[in-house]
Write a protein that binds this ligand. Structure first.
Ligand code: CP3
Length: 333
């Protein structure tokens, strides 16, 4: 048998592996069952046995080609001592930002604080369910982490005008964030993650200063990860120019969002592509799903393409349509 590890970042155009962003989450009754008894989300992410179990839930149920460790991008602010809470119906709520406290965190403290995440990865990597499958570790991109740390909640209404007032604070923070993102990646790889995905969920909010806040810091992280011998997938949600992003940041694979025209991507981008389908399509019906999924599969027929969504799966998604999606992708010729 040919080795199948690293199948997600595949260079093969004959198959389309599939996994879904946020595949371990609220659309699964077995996740909701665990969540019911674990109200504190950060604590749940730090429970290595439950984190591993949740990571494997969608693999058991659907047989996806890759697992992504159950954790959160906001575990980095948490580990450098900014308070992080998740409130039902509101989302993340971060505490006061104290640059003096944050500057004092050293690498040992950081690693100790996130040790349960690394233990969860080791536990999961050893599970026979993942024998021929990838285990994806992940981080938030520096820009997206910076946005959460300064804004202290999801910037759903955009970033405030005064965001760039204190440039030296932003630069200090960015420097610290980049250092700990790298450490978090190294620790996840040492624990058994064999691919890293970088989520830049708020890349689309930035109009100027893209080189300073997105390209340069993300390039540094991509380069660092490649040196560790592990492929990197980038997801710069909402970025206007995917080609420029790929040319400068140089990920091994690019996850596209659902607003970008896949035909343009196919035409302009040479590296393997992942994702694109609007997660709302999974709230419609089987016929519509087939039409939309086959659109992506047809466009990327002669291009290395791994099936995924253009953003995380929605909590309202029905299990049956996820099953149908996998069957459409696997039976496509
Ligand atoms: O993909 C997976 O299955 C792995 C786990 C994972 C989670 N969050 C678990 C989670 C991953 C990869 C993330 C990434 C993440 N977290 C991102 C980047 C991707 C994206 O969606 O843009 C971001 C921006 C976050 C920050 C975050 N975490 C937000 C905004 C929220 C609230 C979401 C909401 O709708 O209320 C979370 C909570 C979170 N992270 C949940 C899960 C399963 C839901 C927790 C719950 O209430 O049960």
């Amino acid at each position: 048998m040919t080795p199948i590890k690293n199948c997600i970042v595949n260079k093969d155009t004959r198959s389309n592996p599939i996994w879904l962003m946020r595949q371990a989450g609220r659309y699964l009754p077995e996740f909701r069952e665990i969540r019911k008894n674990n109200q504190d989300f950060v604590k749940l992410c730090l429970n290595e046995n439950l984190s591993s179990e949740i990571t494997l839930q969608p693999i058991k149920r659907f047989g996806f080609d890759a697992a992504i460790i159950f954790s959160d991008i906001l575990m980095i602010p948490f580990a450098i001592n900014q308070d992080v809470k998740f409130e039902k119906g509101f989302g993340p709520k971060l505490g006061n930002l104290n640059i003096d406290v944050i500057s004092k965190i050293n690498e040992i403290d950081f690693t100790n604080k996130l040790n349960p995440v690394y233990n969860a990865i080791s536990l999961t990597a050893q599970n026979t369910l993942l024998k021929d499958k990838d285990l994806i570790g992940f981080v938030g991109a520096p820009w997206t982490i910076l946005v959460y740390m300064i804004n202290k909640m999801s910037p759903k209404k955009g970033i405030p005008e005064n965001f760039f007032n204190d440039i030296s604070l932003l630069n200090n923070l960015l420097f610290i964030i980049e250092k700990f993102i790298k450490l978090h990646i190294k620790n996840q790889i040492n624990a058994g993650a064999n691919i890293i995905q970088i989520f830049d969920s708020w890349a689309g909010l930035l109009e100027n200063k893209i080189p300073e806040y997105i390209y340069n810091p993300t390039f540094n992280i991509v380069e660092y990860t490649k040196k560790l011998g592990v492929p990197v997938i980038c997801f710069p949600r909402g970025i206007k120019n995917y080609k420029e992003y790929c040319d400068i940041v140089k990920p091994d694979m690019i996850n596209i969002d659902y607003e970008v025209d896949p035909n343009e991507i196919k035409k302009n981008i040479k590296i393997p592509v992942q994702g694109g389908l609007d997660p709302k399509i999974l709230l419609t019906n089987k016929n519509n799903l087939k039409k939309e999924v086959e659109k992506y599969l047809a466009i990327f027929k002669d291009h290395p393409y791994s099936f995924n969504l253009g953003h995380g799966i929605l909590p309202e998604t029905k299990i049956d349509l996820v099953k149908e999606l996998i069957s459409i992708v696997r039976n496509y010729k």
